[in-house]
Design a protein around this ligand. Sequence first.
Ligand SMILES: C[S@@+](CC[C@H](N)C(=O)[O-])C[C@H]1O[C@@H](n2cnc3c(N)ncnc32)[C@H](O)[C@@H]1O
Length: 307
Amino acid sequence: MTEENEKNVENSSSAKTEKFEELFPQITLFDISIDTGLQDDEGNILPRPYTKSQMRKWLKKVKWENHKAEKRAREKKRAKERRRKAQAANIDIGPSRKALKKMKEKHKKRGGIIIDLSFGHLMIEKDRFKVIKQILRCYSINRRSEQPLHFHITSFGEKSRNDMSRHNGYENWDIEFHEQPYLEVFPKEKLVYLTSESENIIESFDDDTYYIIGGLVDHNQYKGLCHNISVEQGIRHGRLPLDKYINMKTRKVLTIDHVFEIMLKISEGLTWQETLIRVLPVRKGAHICNASNSNLSLDSENAVNSI
Ligand SMILES: C[S@@+](CC[C@H](N)C(=O)[O-])C[C@H]1O[C@@H](n2cnc3c(N)ncnc32)[C@H](O)[C@@H]1O
């Protein structure tokens, strides 16, 4: 390669780097003037890392921030390309996201599901992120349903907004986010808190009711919390009829997304037994109570989520 060629290559690669950095501004470890949004478990902003573990956490965040925009842009480009190819090959890719939303709006039931996010102060960041991950699953299950449920999130405060902001465009999702607690948004008599500790059993899905799921990942640390809250607030409560339809090896406290999916399937008209067998993971060791239904498969490809 001649000296001039080498220079040209060098120039074009530095122009590329400049363009890349313009598109995706990179934060470095020493750029402490940039607020990375690093917070401790109480939500206090950490101005800069002091200890080794803070440094590790901070670096992880910086790495994530640096790659977020780039990753999203790449995903968007790939999706656009897929759509273009499908159209060129005359493959029906179905209605657009917007059209789908409009269409489903018509079929939506009146009642719905509320996820109560008032427990942020009881969880460490890792568990709060698990809650968000489970909400994401609920959202995608609901989106794919022919008859989606009204989906509300209440007590959506600053901490939750911060946790959620990792998911670009979440504000446009088909979920209604409320800053206020559910009691300030819905009529009390239309609320039912779902809790495994309730002595009442949910028998069917009532279209005129809002079912509340506690947005809590607590590893059984706060046993009975949601039940106590509903009793104190004087709102109805009920548990899923797990023991009536299936025998389970493990305890009967389910994850947020499993409870959501069970309620959705019941609202769609599936039987409890079919629903429970389809939704619950093998890990839960669920097997049916009634031998006449033994043709129901216990195999489930569900991911195992920790409670
Ligand atoms: C991981 S659990 C949280 C457990 C928490 N200790 C509590 O007090 O509810 C998440 C939520 O799923 C719902 N849930 C879990 N298992 C349930 C069951 N068997 N019946 C009704 N709701 C259930 C409840 O709304 C619960 O708050």
